[in-house]
Design a protein around this ligand. Structure first.
Ligand SMILES: Cc1cc2nc3c(=O)[nH]c(=O)nc-3n(C[C@H](O)[C@H](O)[C@H](O)COP(=O)(O)O)c2cc1C
Length: 172
């Protein structure tokens, strides 16, 4: 099983979740975990090659959904420095070409326990992947943070490890 985990992160929580999912997946195959702007800047960064079996895409919830240039700019204004300084998941999905037979799953980080109140970027990512013909092997999944920059809530790393392991089993 070959997996690609693409993430966007402003303050590090989504990156930590992506790394944890990647580490769980690596028990079952080869994995690359990559920040979306870094990937997009590479030659061929908008093409997922045919040897990738599983694409996992995640980002922070901004204004109830996936980030936009304006919400990323707000994050910079509020915090000074951020991790994802290039494009976001939304722009990468808009440009990417995927192989026909790929499996996938979407995740996000968000504040609060009620999705209706906070929104969830994963829902939009999941919808986008489905529209592109991806075979979804794990429902859109949220990992909770303590406020905008406060880091992950307790139990989220264990949840990410478990989710990654389940995804690996689903594509075997
Ligand atoms: C501009 C902006 C808007 C946000 N809007 C929401 C929101 O609508 N719902 C929510 O749950 N969290 C919201 N958040 C909090 C982010 O979800 C949180 O900062 C993120 O999960 C942290 O992940 P990161 O460290 O990888 O950036 C917002 C954060 C920013 C910077």
């Amino acid at each position: 099983m070959k997996a690609l985990v693409v993430y966007e992160s402003m303050f590090g929580s989504t990156r930590t979740i992506a790394d944890t999912i990647g580490s769980a997946l690596s028990q079952r195959g080869s994995v690359r975990v990559v920040e979306v702007g870094t990937l997009a800047a590479e030659p061929g960064g908008a093409v997922v090659t045919h040897d990738v079996d599983l694409l996992v895409v995640g980002g922070p919830t901004h204004t109830f959904g996936m980030s936009r240039p304006a919400t990323r700019a707000e994050a910079v204004r509020k915090h000074g420095s951020v991790i994802s300084t290039g494009i976001g998941i939304r722009e990468w999905l808009d440009a990417v070409r995927l192989p026909a037979d790929i499996h996938g799953a979407a995740f996000d980080t968000r504040v609060g326990t009620m999705r209706l109140a906070s929104g969830a970027a994963a829902k939009g990512i999941d919808k986008w992947l489905r529209r592109m013909g991806v075979d979804i092997v794990g429902g859109p999944t949220s990992f909770l943070v303590k406020g905008m920059t406060g880091g992950l809530m307790d139990g989220q790393l264990a949840k990410a490890k478990e989710w990654g392991a389940q995804l690996a089993l689903a594509v075997e």
